[in-house]
Write a protein that binds this ligand. Structure first.
Ligand SMILES: *Cc1c(COP(=O)(O)O)cnc(C)c1O
Length: 376
């Protein structure tokens, strides 16, 4: 069997090891330490706008803390993206609050501002809004954050998949009151596992760090006035992150080349469309995705099965939260009474292999398999 072609696997460069060695040489094999501080600073500097960053053990943990910092408590309503990975909204449930899912729009597949407006008219008391930038594509972030401001509700941006993406010239993750990122194994840069929480307000990132280190008060004895968590990033892991940051722009350029390679290769098949993005946005192109016209007799499952046969990894589009059994009784709001956009995207789409280590040969093979499905 030929070598497996991956969806998006870690790409290491060697510099990561230099920082990890430093951690070993100085015996900073503990949470906190010089790599953590430096990673936070380098990450914040990359984003710009004088933002502050707190390095955490996962993106999910970062979302959990962001919701706490937004004041979310038991029985509160929180609006969340419908078309996303479950980690965007599960932490709402950790807090015994209730997620209500907001449908996607067609232009970016992300939270629809019109549906969000409608949701605010249906649910008078809302504690926070969390919206993801799917597959690295910025949502209509200005519109979403303006609506949240109008209603005086904190906006949390789940930029786990969109590090380095820009909307109207600004980095994703900076449009909300709090932004979060993930460094899980398949993200655009990885530390094997990890996350970051950012805010313009240093008090917010300081509080996040405090809660992430067991909410231990400054006292010689172990004094606790709040419930804390063990969510801090370790100094070894932060070393990997520092090395990866040096290659973020290179990863984005390679991801972008993959997207345009696919787009060009499928240009003559009108039933195929690549995942869309807005003209005033610059996605990081984390994953290249395609949809097949629903009227077409070729179905995504057929393409995925053809990939499976050739040992090529691919993935369906995230299954919308309103279709998940665990969230069957939660609210779901669409912009109109018509069909759900997120459901249509889910049912007609798939994620194409987007690994930056894939060779030209691999790309030709992947493209050949897709084109083969459409040959009569
Ligand atoms: C990966 C991901 C997360 C979770 O991040 P982890 O670091 O894996 O906990 C959250 N939201 C989205 C949209 C993601 O893709």
């Amino acid at each position: 069997m030929s070598d497996r072609i991956y969806l998006s696997s870690p790409t290491m460069h060697g510099e990561e090891l230099k920082y990890v060695h430093e951690a070993f040489d100085t015996n900073w094999v503990a949470p906190l330490g010089p790599n953590v501080n430096a990673f936070e600073k380098e990450f914040a500097d990359y984003l710009g706008e004088g933002v502050h960053a707190a390095a955490l053990s996962s993106g999910t943990g970062a979302i959990h803390l962001a919701l706490i910092l937004a004041g979310v408590k038991r029985d509160d309503i929180v609006f969340g993206s419908d078309l996303t990975f479950a980690a965007t909204v599960n932490p709402i449930t950790y807090l015994c609050a209730k997620p209500v899912f907001i449908d996607s729009e067609e232009e970016t597949w992300n939270m629809d501002p019109a549906a969000l407006e409608r949701a605010f008219s249906l649910y008078p008391k809302v504690k926070a809004v969390i919206s993801a930038n799917l597959y690295g594509t910025p949502a209509k972030l200005k519109e979403l954050s303006d609506i949240c401001k109008e209603h005086g509700v904190p906006f949390i941006e789940d930029a786990a998949e969109s590090l380095g993406s820009k909307y109207q010239g600004r980095q994703t993750g900076l449009f909300g009151d709090i932004g979060i990122y993930s460094f899980n194994g398949n993200k655009i840069i990885t530390t094997s596992g990890g996350g970051m929480l950012v805010s313009r307000d240093e008090n917010v990132t300081k509080k996040a760090t405090f809660l992430a280190t067991q909410a231990r008060e400054q006292a010689r004895h172990y004094e606790h006035k709040e419930i804390g968590f063990n969510y801090r990033m370790s100094n070894v892991i932060a070393g990997i992150g520092r090395g990866q940051m040096l290659h973020l722009e290179e990863h984005i350029a390679l991801k972008k080349a993959i997207y345009f390679r696919y787009q060009e290769a499928f240009a003559d098949i009108p039933q195929i469309k690549m995942n869309p993005y807005l003209k005033d946005s610059e996605p990081n192109f984390w994953l290249s995705c395609m949809t097949v016209d629903t009227a077409c007799e070729v179905k995504p499952l057929q393409i995925m099965e053809a990939f499976d046969k050739e040992n090529i990894e691919c993935r369906p589009i995230w299954k919308p939260m309103h279709l998940q059994p665990v969230y069957a009784s939660n609210g779901f709001v669409k912009a109109t009474d018509g069909p759900s956009v997120s459901r249509r995207v889910y049912e007609s789409g798939l994620c194409l292999p987007s690994d930056i280590k894939n060779t030209e040969e691999d790309m030709a093979k992947i493209i050949g398999i897709v084109r083969g499905c459409f040959r009569k």
